[in-house]
Design a protein around this ligand. Structure first.
Ligand SMILES: NC(=O)c1ccc[n+]([C@@H]2O[C@H](COP(=O)([O-])OP(=O)(O)OC[C@H]3O[C@@H](n4cnc5c(N)ncnc54)[C@H](OP(=O)(O)O)[C@@H]3O)[C@@H](O)[C@H]2O)c1
Length: 296
């Protein structure tokens, strides 16, 4: 079977995009420039020219991920995404999220996976969706699949732990690691035990410790894919450099919440990070630059 290409799975992707994507993968994997891309010390990866404005926009969307890994890095860097309804939900009350967003967004998810060292999801997403977390919809490398389940609530039978389609890590608090290992007997996945991951009250965990533990294993460019609780925790802990909020023109009414940001009493204190928008089919992607607001 020929390798999948964006052009075959989404007909309105411009004709020049597959070649540009290959050059971006080359830059991601080797750090070397190849036309039409070049590296500029001041501004990071640059696109000399693109045949279509749409490809130039897509390059701009993914450029921060390429910039983040250029020249190697010691510290973690993370992008997250959430596909939300107009009224702020990522799934219905039953957990059904197939599909909040359209096919362009699926391609977008797979591209983000391919540009990162690891794709990370919460235990709720694994329990409800049983996702594969592969890059099967686009050409590109398979990142390490990471499940954050600090108190080991999963049973270890999910696809991501058993299907062998890529390396997988079950991240938990070190106090629960023995149980996770027991549940993984015979599975190719590994347990990543993190000391002090669960906070003292036992009602939350420290996302920065997850990111640091992954960075210590060489997984430094991270994609936090969902669900709402996990992205919100990483957001609130200030671990994210970028957030892609993809708003779908649908009303869910009640369900699993999307992004929950820390509360403020007055509008003047509410952060307004720099943003850009890009339509993805019927959906609208909001690209939030959180690194700049963090520095401010
Ligand atoms: N639209 C999107 O972009 C998108 C992306 C990914 C997922 N999703 C959807 O998001 C939903 C999941 O998101 P979420 O915010 O609820 O969770 P999540 O962020 O995936 O995972 C964290 C939550 O899962 C809970 N959890 C842990 N073990 C569980 C288990 N065995 N069964 C059920 N829940 C468990 C955790 O509870 P404790 O803290 O108490 O352990 C925690 O609240 C799913 O419906 C999925 O389809 C949507």
């Amino acid at each position: 079977m020929p390798p999948p290409t964006d052009a075959t799975t989404a007909p309105d992707i411009p004709a020049d995009w597959p070649a540009l994507w290959q050059q971006m993968l080359h830059a991601r994997t080797t750090g070397q420039a190849a036309q039409p891309l070049h590296w500029c010390a001041e501004h990071g990866w640059q696109l000399a020219s693109a045949e279509s404005s749409r490809s130039a926009e897509l390059f701009t969307l993914y450029k921060p991920l390429l910039d983040a890994r250029h020249g190697g890095r010691d510290t973690p860097w993370a992008v997250a995404q959430l596909g939300q309804s107009l009224d702020g939900f990522v799934a219905t009350v039953t957990g059904d999220s197939y599909y909040v967003n359209g096919p362009h967004c699926l391609l977008h998810l797979h591209r983000l996976r391919a540009l990162c060292d690891a794709v990370l999801v919460g235990a709720g997403t694994v329990a409800i969706d049983n996702p594969q977390l592969t890059t099967r919809r686009v050409p590109g490398p398979q990142p390490v699949r990471v499940v954050v389940d600090p108190a080991v609530r999963l049973d270890g039978r999910s696809r991501v732990f058993r299907d062998g389609q890529g390396p997988s890590l079950w991240v938990c608090d070190a106090r629960h690691a023995a149980l996770a290992r027991e549940r993984l007997v015979g599975a190719p996945a590994e347990v990543l035990a993190v000391d002090g991951l669960l906070d003292a009250q036992g009602d939350g965990y420290r996302p920065a410790l997850v990111a640091n533990a992954l960075a210590a294993r060489g997984l430094r460019v991270l994609f936090v894919e969902g669900g709402g609780m996990t992205v919100s925790r990483f957001f609130t802990a200030d671990v994210l450099s970028r957030l892609h909020l993809i708003i779908a023109p649908v009303l869910i009414g009640q369900g699993r919440r999307g992004l929950r940001a820390p509360a403020h009493d007055v509008m003047a204190d509410c952060p307004r990070p720099p943003t850009r928008t890009l339509p993805l089919g019927e959906d609208m992607l909001w690209d939030l630059d959180l690194s700049r607001s963090r520095r401010a």
